[in-house]
Design a protein around this ligand. Structure first.
Ligand code: T3D
Length: 261
């Protein structure tokens, strides 16, 4: 597959993947998800790729769903199908990849972009990064694994706060509450993340892969079960007036007027 939205560069045994839609803060589309899925299956099959390092081009890491993408807004459009054919297999493929995945979060990380980051194994963030769930800002429910990871990483009360209020969480606070592993100065982020990726790639990566399988197994219900449940709920939220209003308000750069309908 030729990648239109990813920059992929292999440095020795580390494959560096950069989400490359900087003018939209690397917002996600179905095509981006297909490219990520392809990349994960290549990485799984290629023994010369022993660690994946994921980051974003420009100022943002990933702003979640591309809200400017023109698509069928008809009642029949199913967010469940949208998720099950794109973001869910993307997040699942990253998580199932039995090789270490380091995420270098260079800037804003929101919505399904947060799900993507949380699907990795070890997260370093720039001191300029900001984290927000974003879904409720447009009347939606968490998807892409965000409702799976948040309560497990930060506890149910903080998860509820982040999800209900859409607060912007700084990188320092994200490290404090366990959402990320480490904050690094913006200038040092890639050097630090590359050093970690290289260290992991030079380690016993088969053992790391099996350790990842053990960690995944320990988590109770599976990520895949929660991804499907999120997709069902998103289908309901995706047919509300509030969702239409949320997306229109974003495009028109104004505050949304939600009605709870
Ligand atoms: O609908 C479905 O498919 C269901 C699935 C949903 C999954 C989801 O991910 S839902 C959540 C979607 N994401 C959001 O709601 C986040 C929207 N963006 C923001 O809240 C803010 O942009 C950020 C907090 C991410 C960054 O804020 P800030 O102030 O640093 O930057 P900015 O000026 O708002 O954005 C910079 C540019 O990126 C700007 O472009 P412009 O105006 O300079 O040409 C902005 O429009 C663009 N951008 C940011 N987020 C998105 C985006 N373009 C498209 N889609 C975005 N999500």
């Amino acid at each position: 597959m030729d990648y239109q939205n990813l920059l992929v560069e292999q440095k020795d045994t580390v494959v560096e993947v950069t989400l490359n839609r900087p003018e939209k803060y690397n917002a996600l589309t179905h095509q981006v998800a297909q490219e990520m899925i392809d990349l994960c299956s290549r990485a799984a099959a290629d023994p010369s790729m022993r660690c994946v390092l994921l980051t974003g081009a420009g100022k943002g890491f990933c702003a979640g769903q591309d809200l400017t993408e023109v698509r069928d807004q008809a009642e029949s459009f199913s967010l469940r199908n949208h998720l099950n054919s794109g973001y869910n297999p993307m997040v699942s493929a990253l998580r199932r990849l039995e090789k270490p995945v380091v995420v270098a979060i260079n800037g804003a990380c929101a919505g399904a972009g947060l799900g993507l980051a949380l699907g990795g194994d070890i997260r370093y963030a720039s001191d300029k990064a900001v984290f927000l769930t974003a879904f409720i800002g447009i009347g939606l429910v968490p998807d892409s694994g965000v409702s799976y990871w948040l309560p497990r990483l930060v506890g149910p009360a903080r998860a509820a706060e982040m999800l209900f209020t859409n607060e912007r969480v700084s990188a320092a606070r994200a490290a404090e509450i366990g959402l990320i592993n480490r904050v690094v100065s913006n200038a040092e982020l890639m050097a630090e993340a590359r050093a970690l990726a290289r260290q992991l790639a030079e380690g016993p990566t088969l053992g790391i892969g099996l350790t990842k399988r053990a960690l995944n197994h320990s988590l109770g219900i599976t990520l895949d079960e929660q991804l499907e449940f999120e997709a069902q709920l998103q289908d309901i939220a995706g047919h509300t007036q509030d969702y239409r209003e949320g997306v229109s308000a974003f495009r028109e750069k104004r505050q949304p007027g939600f009605k709870g309908k």
